[in-house]
Design a protein around this ligand. Structure first.
Ligand code: F6R
Length: 240
């Protein structure tokens, strides 16, 4: 894995935006794999600025998001669809009909996952996948477990993830307990991967990811199987 050590969150966002922008400039009809959460917000802000200044163009871009809570409506302000609209899509010249997020309203979530997996294969593979990392080492909502799923699937969120995400909801009880998420294989199908991490809370997970071992108790360690992964992090996240 290549590591870019940054002095600040601002620098993480700038360096990540430069890499995503290079992919977009090389192929204006590229497929971007996107993540939600607090980490990529600065990256999306930079991409918005680059789009508004005319440096990058989203008109032919397709996006596939990693995951979505289940069940949740797209207009719920905690849904990942809503997050993507507010933090990126509403501010750039993207055709929203080409932006895909797993369907948090599906009657049959298992079928929705199979449909999403087929969709990612059909429009993709992603030219670049943006990832954050959970404090417990999760990527997407692939939580630490004895075995990890390859394809898009329905998953139960762990106690640790529910607690970490409670900050976005009025109470911990409001955090959905399930999610639809790309599997490790879906993520690894991307041609290029960048994983962003800032703050000391991520240090243990980053350490395990970089330990050189494939450890299902740190799903991010599976990224070691990919040939083109760049870790963009600050000194606190690299602290361990
Ligand atoms: C979000 C996602 C998650 C987050 C992770 C880190 O789509 O898949 O894996 O990347 O939980 O979240 P933040 O950035 O809020 O610390």
């Amino acid at each position: 894995m290549k590591i870019i050590l940054c002095k600040s969150y601002e620098e993480i966002s700038v360096r990540a935006a430069e890499i995503v922008a290079d992919v977009m400039k090389a192929d204006p009809a590229c497929v971007l794999g996107l993540a939600t959460g607090s980490t990529p917000v600065g990256l999306y802000q930079k991409l918005i600025e680059m789009n508004q200044s005319g440096e990058i163009d989203f008109s032919e871009v397709t996006t596939v998001n990693l995951d979505e809570y289940y069940p949740i409506a797209p207009d719920n302000d905690q849904s990942y669809r809503y997050f993507m609209n507010v933090n990126l899509f509403d501010h750039v010249n993207i055709d929203k009909s080409k932006t895909y997020v797993p369907d948090g309203t599906a009657v049959d979530p298992v079928e929705a996952c199979a449909t999403y997996e087929a969709l990612v294969a059909q429009v993709g593979p992603a030219d670049i996948q943006v990832l954050g990392i959970g404090q417990n080492g999760h990527i997407g909502f692939n939580e630490p477990d004895a075995a990890l799923e390859v394809a898009t699937h329905v998953t139960d969120l762990t106690e640790s993830t529910i607690k970490a995400n409670a900050r976005f909801f009025s109470s911990e009880a409001d955090v959905p307990t399930k999610a639809l998420t790309m599997g490790i294989g879906t993520i690894l199908s991307a041609k290029k991967i960048i994983i962003l991490a800032n703050g000391a809370a991520k240090a243990e997970a980053v350490k395990k990811m970089l330990s050189g071992k494939l450890d299902t108790s740190c799903p991010a360690s599976m990224l070691n199987l990919h040939g083109d992964v760049t870790v963009i992090c600050d000194e606190a996240a690299m602290g361990r």
